[in-house]
Structures are given as structure tokens and as C-alpha cells.
Write a protein that binds this ligand. Sequence first.
Ligand SMILES: *Cc1c(COP(=O)(O)O)cnc(C)c1O
Length: 499
Amino acid sequence: MNDATPNPKIIEPTIFELSSPGRKGVSMPASDVPEQPMPEKSLLRDDLPLPELAEVDVVRHYMRLSKFNYGVDDGFYPLGSCTMKYNPKINEDTCRLYGYLYTHPLQPIETVQGNLALMYELQEWLKEISGFAAVTLQPAAGAHGEFTGVLIMHAYHKSRKDAKRTKMLIPDAAHGTNPASVGMLGMTIQQIPSDARGNVDLAALKAACDETVVGMMLTNPNTLGLFDENIEQVVKIVHDCGGLMYGDGANLNALLGIVKPGDLGFDIMHFNLHKTFSVPHGGGGPGSGPVGVNSALAEFLPTPLVGMLESGNDDKPPLYGFIEPKKSIGRMKAFHGHFGGGLVRAYTYIAMHGADGLKDIAQYAVLNANYLLARLRATYHVPYDRICMHEFVAEGQFAGSDVRALDIAKRLMDYNFHPPTNYFPLIVHEALMIEPTETENKNTLDAFADALIKIADEAKSQPDLLHDAPKTTRFGRMDEVKAARELVLCCWLPEDYGD
Ligand SMILES: *Cc1c(COP(=O)(O)O)cnc(C)c1O
């Protein structure tokens, strides 16, 4: 079976097929506002074919759908680069506190001092963690943070009347959002190769540096899970030709409490609160991608920032409000970013762990990844094999076998594991990018390593088991290109919908 034909026994009725005329899930209360005239007839429809169901039917329908999914609350989720760590449930308690839930960003600042204090402190904590001078909380995700950062780089060069800078340097190991963010501004991209140890190739970097360079976007540790051994030289080469260093902070989980990217010489960096700081992700967000900058770039940050307008004393708490950076690039988001879903959860996580706890996170994330690497390197070839940070990249292929990384990933689902990231980074053939995160215990890591070793045996003895996987999921192997290109979001349309 190599198609997505569902087993007929598991085709579920749609919510529309469950509908029965007259069933109701809600009773509307009597109106307590005066009746208003209806709009003109041409704006109204005669009929609205919505399903009619009782509350219990709706609950069961969505409960059933939720069980089709696999999340970090179901099991191990080693999706490299994505940092699918467990999201502590205390985050859910705090982000549902009445005061956070029922405030509106247009309220007078005197009535939302608690929210502003939380945002201010979160800015301060992110500054402390990263070594930057100022932080905006506005961007909605990592990619949005990158775009914000590239706008700031552009504004910085423009303010110095340095208009010839149009070229961004991006390593070949970079995440696809880096070139995409740069492309949105019409800049050109020069790809910089990695050397044999997985570092930025210094000779190639030197050759690419000239007076047209906007800067470099670098992920460190990079997407091979490796800390660049020459990071200070990389930063110096870029600075020497007048460029700025952008840090893609998606891999900050490996550095918390140990290294500050600002100290390494990065000028600007985004944080992924939904990776490093335990805001749930996958399934559509809400993400949160704050951006930190050094003092020279602070005046370009998006407006407004949360500031302390008056410091407090024994009798009076401080007054928080908004401040506008002088040369701001403008707003990046309606209001102030993803407050409850992102900022409150991340604040809770940092407050709960404290400085020592954050350092533990990084150390356990790195330990777990190196443990898995040690258990797997005899079975799976690791092309850039040295002490890794929080993740590593192995090859999902074996000499003399037609089994590919995709087959291995699918077979892992039969063992009830979420597959690792595959086919990224592009510089490793048949890449399997494994990031265990700090929240997994040794039993889970061992079970996962055992499964991968067993799959390597199966690849030799029964390769079709892998080619046909997964067998135990609701659907077999999907045509992923077709699913992405011909996305069907609604599986039901009224009969008279037309063509
Ligand atoms: C996840 C990721 C991004 C993009 O972040 P989003 O929050 O998904 O937009 C960029 N770079 C790297 C290395 C990443 O892992």
C-alpha cells in the first residue's frame, strides 16, 4: 500500500452527516438590547445550511478528531530545529488568569499596569538571557522576527547614507525562512558554504565580504546542531566589511545561561518563545518571535516598546507605559504581539525556572542529544560527527539499500514515535535531524534509539516493511506533495454549491 486510501472501516462521518434537523447545542438567552432593522434583502440569504447537532455530538466529534493527531502530550517528538519540548501546564493556568484574559489593548494604561509590568519584565529577562540592550515583543513568530531584523538592518545602513548595501550572506545550512525574509525586501543573497567540520567556511566568507554586504544571518548552534568553532572570527569578518550580524535564535535552547549571543558579537537576534520558552506550537500557533538588538540599533526597534515611565518607591509602584524609539521602523503587529498565548506563557516558564533552571535546560538538552548520538552513531552515519549541541543530523540511508530517510521516518510512526525532521538541512543527504529536548527521560531516549536500531535491521532484512510504512496509523503513506498543492480544507460542501 503506497497511497492515502483510507481503510473504509475508519472513514468517519462528517459533522454534516451527523446532522439531524431540529437538534440544538445552544439555547440563546432572551435579547437584552433593542431590536434593530435587518439590512436590505439583497444582503441576506434565505438559507444557511449548517449542521444541527446536540452539544454532546459536537464534543464527541471534536474529541475524535483530536485523537487523530499526535502531539508532544502523546509522546516523543524529536523534530529537529523545532524544539518540541513539553509545555508545562502551569503556563495554561497563568495565561487564563482573569486579569490577563479580559483586558483590551486599548484600555487606558493605568488600568493595565499588571500586563505592562509583565511585558516590561519579560523584555528585561530576554535582554539578560541574550546580552542585548533592548527587546521588542511584537513579532508574531521567528520568521516575522527575521523580517523585523532585516528591516532594522536596512534602516541602520540607510540612516548612515550607506545605500549600496544590498547583499545578505546566508550559510548553506540555514533555515529556509532566512532567505525568504531577505527576499521579501528585494535584497540579494549570497550563500556561504560550510567547511568539513560544519562551521562557516572562513575563506568563502572573506571572499564574499565587500562594501555591498548588509550583513550575515547565522544560526548558532547551526542546523547541524554544531556550535561554530570560529564564531568570533566570523563576526569580525562581517563587521570589518561594515555588515551587521543577525542571529537566528531558534537554537537558543542549547545556550540558555551559558552563552549570550550579544557577547559573541551578534547585533540582532530573534527569540522563538514557542521553541525555547515552552509556548505550544505546531498546528498553527500562536507563535512569538521577540527581537533583541544592541544599543546602536535600539532606536530602530518597532514602536511602541513597553517602558517604565516613572520608577516606584516604597509607597508607590512604578508606572509602566509605552515609549517610541526615535527612528523606529514602525509597527510590526497590531497592538503588542501575542500577549496571553505567547508572552504570559513564556514569562511563566522563565519565572518558574529562574537563572539556574534555565542553565539546567540547556545542559540537559545538550546531554540528551549527545546521549542519542552516542547510541546511534554506530548504526547511522553522522557526516559532521563531533560533540553536538541540542540536536544532530544523521543520514537515513544504508549502503546497498534503497531505503530512504522518508521510509525510516514513516516506520518510526509504527513504533509510536513522531519522526525527526527529514531532508533538512540540505547539506546532509537523506537527513534525519534529531532533537530530543531536555524534557525526555533516559527510558524514552533508549526506547527511541532501540526503535531506530531495529529499523536499521529491518531495512536490511525486510525493506518493504519500511517502504510501506506506516501501517498502524489511520491512513497509510500520504502523497505529501498532492496534499500540500491540492489542500482540501472543507470535506463537505452543500449539494447545490456548484462546480
Ligand atoms: C523554526 C525556525 C525558524 C522560523 O521560526 P518560526 O517561528 O517557525 O517562524 C527559523 N530558523 C530556524 C533555524 C528554525 O528552526
